[in-house]
Structures are given as structure tokens and as C-alpha cells.
Ligand binder design. Structure first.
Ligand SMILES: C[S@@+](CC[C@H](N)C(=O)[O-])C[C@H]1O[C@@H](n2cnc3c(N)ncnc32)[C@H](O)[C@@H]1O
Length: 229
């Protein structure tokens, strides 16, 4: 079975012989891959909506893996009992929804060893939530599909501190690891900021514009970061 770069990168963060829950599984590709590759021992595949869960069920049956992958219908981590799994994957949702799912189930969260989170948007808000709620980012990777970048964040419980707010937007681990996609990821961010700066320059008074000044500082930080890799 071939996975897309995004799903494959998510799977790379799963440790061998673990018990995994894939929350919001939809098609069920991650659970099937983790079992077929002998990475996970067992997986609970859940979804809050019936139709995606049915599609996952169909795929799991087709692969003959129903004895290794259990499907459950329900909201977030509420489908789990304490200590049932050691790894939780929440991928392909917005960063705010991911943080809500975590905050709604503190009794489940406290016994999970690894969380693998992949926000489609609002990664900055998700990292802020993690830093403020006793989660520690232990690793990050980027994946790219077509012209879109995906941030995949591996998290454990524990205290972490952040030296600069720029690391809410750009994962510090990406820089420490010199992620192979970081240079082009930053180039894309710089291009986007340049466009906004230019717009403000053409349409207003840049000197008294707070947004402009903040963006300019951010632009220079990211530029220096890009030069340092
Ligand atoms: C875009 S799909 C992502 C599927 C897969 N995880 C991936 O990354 O390719 C998002 C899935 O999350 C499910 N979902 C949304 N909110 C959820 C929640 N609170 N609990 C469980 N599943 C949820 C949706 O029904 C949908 O099937």
C-alpha cells in the first residue's frame, strides 16, 4: 500500500509495537498502513461521522484486518478508555479543533505517551495551546504534496519553554533538525509576507501602521532563520 507523503510522514512518527488510536480516521489509510507494515500492534480507528467511519470499516474489511483494527464512532478522545492506547494520531483537522479535542479529555490525555498532530490550518494556535497546557513538542517534520506544506508535530506531556514567539509559527525542531523542506517552506512564507507588506506600502502610511511594523519584524526574523540553515 502506498501512502501520500503527508500520511507517510505521520506514520514515521509512530513507534514500533505501539497501541494506536487514529482519531478522525476517515478513509482508514493510516491504521491499515500501520498494521500492514508491522509498526503498530493494534489500532482503534475512530470518527465522529458515520459515513467516513463506514468507509474506513469497508477498507479494513477489504484488507482483512478487522482483528487488528477496531472502529469506533464518536467525538474526539471520548471513544477511548484510560490507558487503552499509548499513541494518539489526530491528523487532517484544523489546529483549533485538535486543541479542543485534547482539552475535552484530560483524563485520557494524561496517560498517552505520544501524540502525533497534523493541523491543516492554525498550527500557530495549536503550538500556543500546547505550550500553555503542559505539552512538549519533541519533534516535527514537514511533508509536501503538490505545492502545499504540512506540519507534523510529535508531542508528549511535559513542560516546554519557547524563547521566541516566532517558534509558534515555525516549529523549532524543524530548524534544529534542518528539515529538508524547511528552506522552501520559509521561502513560501517570506513570499506571502512580502506580498502583504507591498500591499500596505502601496495603500497606506507604513510608519504609523502597527500591522506593517510587526510583519516587517517577522519577515526579518524568518529571513535570518532561512539564511542560517
Ligand atoms: C479531513 S479528514 C482527515 C482524515 C485523516 N485523518 C487524514 O489525515 O487524512 C477529517 C476527519 O475528521 C473527522 N472529525 C472531525 N471532527 C472530529 C472529532 N471531533 N472527533 C473525531 N473525528 C472528527 C471528520 O469526520 C473527518 O472524517
Amino acid at each position: 500500500m502506498r501512502l501520500s507523503p503527508r500520511l507517510k510522514t505521520i506514520s514515521k512518527f509512530v513507534e514500533k509495537d505501539t497501541l494506536v488510536a487514529d482519531i478522525g480516521t476517515d478513509h482508514g489509510y493510516i491504521p491499515v498502513y500501520l498494521i500492514e507494515k508491522g509498526i503498530a500492534k493494534e489500532v482503534i480507528a475512530s470518527d465522529v461521522n458515520k459515513a467516513p467511519l463506514e468507509s474506513a470499516k469497508g477498507y479494513i474489511l477489504k484488507k482483512g484486518l478487522e482483528n487488528k483494527i477496531e472502529t469506533r464512532l464518536g467525538n474526539g478522545l471520548k471513544v477511548l478508555k484510560p490507558r487503552e492506547v499509548d499513541t494518539v494520531i489526530i491528523a487532517g483537522m484544523g489546529g483549533i479543533l485538535i486543541s479542543e479535542i485534547l482539552s475535552e479529555s484530560s483524563m485520557i490525555v494524561k496517560d498517552i505517551k505520544n501524540f502525533i498532530l497534523q493541523p491543516m490550518v492554525a498550527s500557530e494556535q495549536l503550538r500556543r495551546y500546547l505550550y500553555n497546557n503542559n505539552f512538549k513538542i519533541i519533534d516535527e517534520k514537514l511533508a509536501k504534496e503538490d505545492n502545499r506544506y504540512y506540519e507534523i508535530i510529535k508531542v508528549q506531556l511535559g513542560k516546554d519553554n519557547i524563547e521566541d514567539p516566532i517558534f509558534l509559527e515555525i516549529g523549532k525542531k524543524l530548524l534544529e533538525n534542518k528539515d529538508p523542506l524547511l528552506d522552501s517552506f520559509l521561502a513560501k512564507k517570506l513570499k506571502k509576507i512580502r506580498k502583504i507588506l507591498k500591499n500596505i506600502e502601496e495603500n497606506g502610511n507604513v510608519f504609523r501602521n502597527d500591522k506593517y511594523n510587526k510583519l516587517k519584524i517577522k519577515y526579518n526574523k524568518i529571513k535570518r532563520m532561512k539564511e542560517s540553515i
